[in-house]
Design a protein around this ligand. Structure first.
Ligand SMILES: Nc1ncnc2c1ncn2[C@@H]1O[C@H](COP(=O)(O)OP(=O)(O)OP(=O)(O)O)[C@@H](O)[C@H]1O
Length: 893
């Protein structure tokens, strides 16, 4: 009798005709995979829009916070300044100003007469006259000189200057100027004055006004100018020129309008705040990758053929888009609130800094993600990392450079820490955007250590270096799948050799051998897969029914060595290294096995027998310790990227994205191998229908029940129509009806597209019998038995079970059981309860026709109401074998 319910009988015509008709060539190329992955990520991000919006809006909160601090600073840390039109004592102080200098000789009329023409010369031949060692002074001071006639003129100039925000913040006082041939002394005495008010608010304006390092710079320039001017004026050979010119530096209040002295909190805080903001996405970037790593989603995608370089490119782009959105909000709010750092500096100057730094944040996230296996740990760590970057790096930079006298080497060393480079860049932008500052001009970029140009260069080089470190970390650290490389792999010649395809090796090796023809080895998929012709193992090996299982397993070894099966496992072993003083575990031990085209191989075994380990090795999750396996002609040792194009995997646990729907999940895997358009749609639709999830196709996976998730996981393995399928306990958690439905799907899939080779692990004997052409029973990492279900039962089941129910009380029960013992002297009573008896009888003692006759004749006499005889079940064979093997978990060695 068929194990399938009537309505699920397999009809050849039911096989998905569309797939057979329209089978497409799979194209695992960069473009297809990029599109598939990008769309998948986009779908997930779109569904997480609330948390994403929150993340991005952080930029707005940051700017808002800085703005609030500014308002608070203005309100509580500002001082009202009364109007003072004329604080300068004209009688004492005479000023030369940067923009409109005032020049008066206090002691000699001749000064004006003689110095003024000279200054005109300066304007004419500036470079010549005012060269201060290496640099032309006029470039530093950029002044034009103009004498003021009176006190009123000078005061009104300064007053106007402040009102209109002109740069009238430097002055020169000439106390004594001795001119050639005039006065008794031969030296010039002058003082430099600059504004004593650090930061003034001009009424009605929000921008602060301050004196900063540029003042000193300018002052030196002016000083040099006058020194040169006097020296030239007096002439090198002049008798009165003894070359001494006294310089005094002092401060003077300039005239000012009523306003408010401002404490510039923003300029102080914005570098550190913005530095934090630009790192704020790092925890998110790390979490996303570690989440996919923890739930083994990267592993399953890679098992299903995803090229890892596509994964990283798409991740990079996605993270960059998130970063760009953050920047967008940052800019919108920054410009909206008129932050001078945005307005006063050239757009490109800050945009380049932020844009380039995005790469650093992504590279840092890639590196960190390589170190974590759990999302939770990664989350905690990433906040610590932020703290270190925010407080540690910026404080370190500030402390070391606060006096402004740090050497270029100190700056360069600090900027080797990327966040210090960013912080320095922000400081430069911030300083250049004070009132009266010209801002950073992109045309002025240079590689000077205090120029943004050198910072861009640092960031570019650092991001390239960090990406290289990330690549290295992902190669040598455990990533939950694939082979880990030796930490010195970069120096090993084998790294640079192109791996020879196992296919070529295989064919060359086999050519000389006497191997069975591939077609011979192929199971006829049009016949009932459970028919006797499938017992090739026994036929090929000439094994008789009475041969022991060791012989059968050895015959499989000989057969595999010379076969061209799509799955060939040869001498495969896996040892897990024991941790914390635990012994090593031998999970798979010298296994030989071959799976033919069109064959479903059922792998049974107790918990810990090594089934999952075997499937994991074959699907590339981790490497074997020794031995090899050839899948579709490629060796698992070095050709996994090729193997993955031929394999579909359903792992023991469901590896699905909670936020995708069932349909989207299948579409993703279909697109990964290049299926598209109507073909993909039909494929997904048919498969969803077959697994009974068509109605739930638009539900998110997180809304699926355990059984529904399991069905989608199996469908993922089938969607790409692979030649080889690994199914690790595919029906765990399914209700009986769904289970049978899935069996139906798998039976059909096995026959599709010229046949597939399937390895199925299960704990359900019923399932193994329903689906498997051959069954292997594994224990302690070794195959203990191998054959079809029927052969296993006949080989290992040496007894019948005979049971009956009897009425008429204890006396009659006793008489009946004595009668049975007379008939079968070697029978053993297994059970007796309330008139129900079960005996085990050696098969050799039973002649079925005689037993039937006897029962028909005597059932009335002994009051037997019901009786029956049954063969050994597969479960009994399983228990027998595993008990023999001494059960259970892998072998400690
Ligand atoms: N990552 C691991 N590290 C160390 N030992 C492991 C690891 N995975 C499995 N083992 C051990 O290897 C042996 C085989 O485990 P495996 O998961 O392959 O068994 P299984 O047959 O699939 O069991 P089950 O039926 O319970 O899924 C067990 O003893 C197990 O403890």
């Amino acid at each position: 009798m068929s194990i399938f319910p009537e309505n699920t009988q397999i009809e050849e015509g039911e096989i998905r005709a569309s797939l057979l008709k329209k089978r497409r060539k799979k194209q695992y190329n960069f473009k297809n995979q990029f599109k598939a992955l990008f769309q998948k990520n986009f779908r997930i991000e779109r569904k997480q829009k609330k948390s994403n919006i929150c993340q991005i809006m952080i930029a707005f909160y940051f700017i808002g916070l800085v703005y609030m601090l500014q308002v608070i600073g203005n309100k509580y840390a500002s001082v009202k300044v009364p109007e003072d039109k004329n604080p300068i004592k004209y009688s004492q102080d005479f000023l030369v100003n940067k923009a409109v200098p005032y020049l008066v000789n206090s002691e000699s009329e001749a000064f004006e007469e003689e110095l003024a023409p000279l200054i005109k010369d300066y304007e004419y031949e500036s470079g010549k006259l005012l060269t201060d060692g290496k640099k032309p002074v006029e470039k530093m001071i950029g002044m034009t000189l103009e004498a003021k006639e009176s006190k009123d003129q000078m005061d009104s100039y300064f007053y106007r200057s402040y009102s209109s925000n002109e740069n009238a913040n430097y002055g020169y006082l000439f106390k004594k100027v001795n001119l050639p041939g005039g006065a008794s002394q031969n030296n010039a005495e002058f003082s430099i004055y600059y504004n004593s008010t650090d930061a003034n608010y001009i009424e009605g304006e929000t921008t602060p006004y301050s004196v900063n390092g540029a003042t000193m710079f300018l002052r030196n320039g002016v000083n040099t100018f006058f020194r040169s001017a006097f020296a030239t004026l007096m002439g090198k050979d002049h008798p009165n020129n003894n070359g001494t010119h006294n310089l005094q530096i002092g401060r003077k209040n300039f005239p000012q309008k009523a306003g408010t002295t401002f404490f510039d909190l923003v300029r102080l805080l914005q570098p550190i705040y913005f530095c934090c903001l630009l790192h704020i996405m790092i925890p998110n970037f790390i979490r996303q990758i570690v989440r996919e790593k923890e739930h083994k989603l990267i592993a399953i995608m890679s098992m299903m053929g995803l090229k890892l370089k596509v994964y990283w490119v798409v991740n990079y782009l996605f993270n960059y888009i998130m970063f760009a959105l953050l920047l967008l909000v940052f800019y919108l709010s920054g410009y909206g609130l008129k932050f001078r750092i945005f307005i006063q500096n050239d757009f490109l100057s800050h945009f380049l800094l932020f844009f380039l730094y995005g790469n650093v944040t992504i590279a840092i996230a890639f590196i960190c993600a390589a170190f974590f296996a759990k999302e939770k740990t990664a989350r905690i760590f990433s906040f610590f990392l932020l703290l270190i970057i925010m407080v540690g790096a910026t404080t370190l930079f500030q402390q070391i450079t606060k006096n402004g006298d740090a050497s270029p080497i100190t700056y360069y060393l600090l900027e080797l820490i990327p966040s210090c480079a960013l912080f320095h860049g922000l400081q430069i932008l911030s300083d250049a955007s004070g009132i009266g500052q010209a801002g950073v001009r992109i045309a002025d970029l240079s590689l000077n250590y205090k120029n943004l140009g050198s910072i861009y260069l640092f960031i570019i080089v650092e991001s390239i270096a960090l990406f290289m470190v990330a690549y290295y970390c992902w190669q040598v650290l455990p990533k939950g799948f694939g082979n880990r490389k030796n930490p010195f792999f970069l120096f090993m010649p084998s790294t640079y050799k192109k791996a020879k395809k196992a296919k070529d090796i295989e064919l060359n090796e086999i050519e000389n051998d006497n191997y069975l023809n591939f077609e011979e080895n192929k199971i006829d998929i049009n016949e009932d897969s459970r028919s006797d012709n499938i017992d090739y193992l026994y036929t090929n090996s000439n094994a008789d029914e009475g041969d022991d299982e060791k012989f059968l397993i050895n015959s499989e070894k000989n057969r595999v060595m010379s076969s061209k099966d799509p799955i060939k496992i040869m001498d495969l072993s896996k040892i897990y290294k024991g941790k914390d003083n635990q012994p090593d575990v031998l999970a798979v031990n010298d296994l030989y096995l071959g799976i033919k085209n069109g064959e479903c191989f059922g792998l049974l075994g107790p918990n810990g027998a090594g089934k999952t380990t075997l499937i994991s090795i074959l699907s590339g999750l981790f490497p074997q310790t020794s031995g090899e396996a050839i899948i579709c002609g490629y060796n698992i040792k070095d050709s996994f990227s090729e193997i993955q194009k031929h394999v579909g995997v359903c792992c023991q646990d469901d590896r699905l994205w909670d936020d995708l729907t069932g349909e989207e999940t299948l579409e993703f895997y279909g697109k990964l191998c290049g299926f598209k358009g109507m073909f993909l749609k039909e494929q997904v639709h048919d498969l969803l229908e077959e697994i009974g999830l068509l109605d739930a196709k638009n539900k998110k996976i997180k809304e699926y029940s355990g059984g529904m998730k399991r069905r989608i996981s199996v469908a993922c393995a089938l969607i790409v129509d692979p030649e080889v399928i690994f199914l690790d306990e595919p029906t765990t958690g399914l209700d009986p009806s769904s289970k049978r439905n899935l069996w139906n799907v798998l039976t059909k899939a096995k026959k599709l597209s010229g046949g597939k080779s399937i390895i199925l692990t299960t704990h359900s004997m019923e399932e193994a019998e329903a689906l498997s052409d051959r069954i292997g029973i594994m224990a302690k990492g070794e195959l203990q038995a191998l054959g079809t279900s029927a052969k296993l039962k006949s080989n290992f089941g040496k007894f019948f079970k005979f049971s009956y129910s009897v009425s008429g009380g204890e006396q009659n029960e006793k008489i009946t059981s004595e009668h049975i013992k007379e008939m079968f002297p070697r029978c053993v009573l297994l059970n007796s309860i309330a008139g129900y008896y079960q005996f085990q009888i050696p098969k050799k003692d039973v002649v079925l026709s005689e037993l039937f006759d006897n029962m028909i004749k005597n059932s009335k006499k002994y009051n037997i109401t019901d009786w029956g005889i049954s063969q050994t079940t597969l479960e009994e064979v399983f228990l027998h074998i595993t008990n023999q093997a001494g059960l259970n978990d892998g072998v400690n060695i």
